[in-house]
Write a protein that binds this ligand. Structure first.
Ligand code: EPU
Length: 336
C-alpha cells in the first residue's frame, strides 16, 4: 500500500477542483484494502473511495480524511454455458475492459466505449450510454465490506440498479469498496433498435455489420466529436442528470412539444435539451462553460474554486427552473 500525504484533490479529479486530502492510499491487492480502512480507523478519519476521478468533485477546504485509490488490475475470463464471464479488477481502466471484450467479439458493453473511469466505479453509478448500461451484463461484484470488515460477493439483485444508481451510491454509500466486477457477455451483435444518435451514425457511414468492434468504433467517434477528453479539457462528463417523469407527466410534456424518450428505464426528458432551450449552450458562468456540443457537460475553463462551481450550478439550474419548472440534479459526487 502506498501512503501519500497532503495531495491536492484537484490533481486526482478531472474537473480539477479541490484542496488537499490528508492521506491518499493506493491499494494494489485485496488485503491492502482492509489495511487501508484499518489505517483510517486508527487515525479516526473518514474515508472516500476514489477511482479515476472522472465523476468526482473536490471541495476547496480539501478532505481531512483518507482517500483510497484502487490500483488493482487484471482481466480474466471463463467460458460458461451462458456466455463468457469476464472478471476485472476494480482498478482496471474501464475502456480497456471494453476493448478486450470487443476484440473477442463479445457483445454487451461495446456501447459503453470510451467512458472515462475505472471498472470498479462502473457499477457504483450504473454507467450507461447509447442504449446499454452495466446493469444489463453485470453478474456480481467482489467487495470489502467496511462495516463487517470482511470480503464478500454481492449479486446483481442486491445492488438494486436503476438510472445512475445502485446501493453503492445510495443506501449503502461508502460501505463497500469494489475489489472486482464480473460481467456475462455473449458472442454476437448488439440488439436493435439502436439509440438514435448511434443509428444515425451507422446509417450515415453505411455500416451494416453491427459487430462489437464496429459499434465500439462508432460510439468512440460520436463521443470524440461531442464529449471532451478529460485528459485534455477539465470536466466531469455529464454534469447534470436527465429528468425522469411518470407516464402521466410524459404524455403531458409530450403534448407541450418536449422531446420525451420512453426507454426501458423510464420516461426521460433530456436535460441537455432543457439547457439548450434555456439558451445556455456555450455560455460561461464563473469560469465554467456549458459545452456547445453537449449541453449536459460543464467545462472548467478557468475556475479554480469549488465556490465558483456552486455559483455556476445555481445560476444554470435556476435558469432552467425558471423556464421549465424542473430542478436539474448534479451527476458527479463530491468528496466530503
Ligand atoms: N440534446 C439536446 N441538446 C444537447 C444535448 C442533447 O437537445 O445539448 C437532446 C437531443 O435531442 C439528443 C438527445 O438530447 O438527441 C440525447 O442526447 P445525447 O445522446 O447526447 O445523450 P444525453 O442524454 O445528453 C446521456 C448520458 C451520457 C451518455 C449519453 C449517450 C446522462 C446524464 N448522460 O446523455 O453519459 O454518454 O446519454 O447515451 O444520462 C455521462 O454520464 O457522463 C455521460 C456522458
Amino acid at each position: 500500500m502506498r501512503v501519500n500525504e497532503n495531495i491536492l484533490i484537484s490533481s486526482l479529479t478531472t474537473m480539477r477542483l479541490g484542496g488537499p486530502a490528508r492521506y491518499v492510499l493506493e491499494v494494489e491487492k485485496p488485503e491492502e484494502v482492509a489495511d487501508a480502512y484499518g489505517f483510517a480507523e486508527q487515525y479516526n478519519l473518514p474515508t472516500f473511495a476514489l477511482g479515476y476521478g472522472a465523476n468526482t468533485i473536490g471541495h476547496d477546504e480539501g478532505f481531512n480524511g483518507v482517500i483510497i485509490i484502487n490500483r488493482m488490475q487484471g482481466i480474466s475470463e471463463s467460458i460458461t454455458e451462458d456466455g463468457v464471464l469476464l472478471k476485472e479488477m476494480g482498478g482496471e481502466y474501464w475502456d480497456n475492459v471494453v476493448e478486450y471484450a470487443c476484440n473477442k467479439g463479445l457483445t454487451g458493453i461495446e456501447a459503453l466505449s470510451k467512458i472515462p473511469g475505472l471498472a470498479g466505479a462502473a457499477p457504483v453509478q450504473n454507467i450507461g450510454a447509447y442504449g446499454q448500461e452495466i446493469a444489463d451484463t453485470l453478474v456480481e461484484i467482489d467487495v470489502y465490506d467496511t462495516t463487517e470488515k470482511s470480503f464478500k460477493t454481492l449479486k446483481k439483485a442486491e445492488l438494486e440498479f436503476s438510472y445512475r444508481k445502485s446501493i453503492l451510491n445510495s443506501t449503502a454509500k461508502g460501505r463497500y469498496f469494489v475489489i472486482s466486477i464480473t460481467l456475462l457477455l455473449k458472442s454476437g451483435e448488439m440488439q436493435q433498435p439502436f439509440y438514435k444518435s448511434l443509428e444515425k451514425f451507422l446509417d450515415d457511414n453505411g455500416i451494416t455489420d453491427f459487430s462489437p468492434k464496429n459499434i465500439r468504433t462508432a460510439v468512440s467517434a460520436i463521443r470524440a466529436d461531442k464529449l471532451p477528453d478529460p485528459m485534455e479539457i477539465a470536466s466531469a462528463g455529464s454534469f447534470f442528470k436527465n429528468v425522469y417523469v411518470s407516464d402521466e407527466d410524459a404524455d403531458k410534456y409530450e403534448s407541450k412539444g418536449y422531446p420525451v424518450y420512453r426507454g426501458k428505464d423510464g420516461n426521460k426528458i433530456n436535460s441537455g435539451w432543457l439547457i439548450e432551450q434555456a439558451g445556455l449552450k456555450g455560455q460561461i458562468f464563473h469560469g465554467f462553460k456549458v459545452s456547445e456540443k453537449a449541453a449536459l457537460v460543464l467545462i472548467n475553463e478557468s475556475a479554480t474554486s469549488y465556490e465558483d462551481l456552486v455559483k455556476a450550478r445555481s445560476e444554470i439550474t435556476g435558469k432552467v427552473y425558471d423556464k421549465f419548472g424542473f430542478w436539474l440534479e448534479q451527476e458527479p459526487v463530491e468528496i466530503q
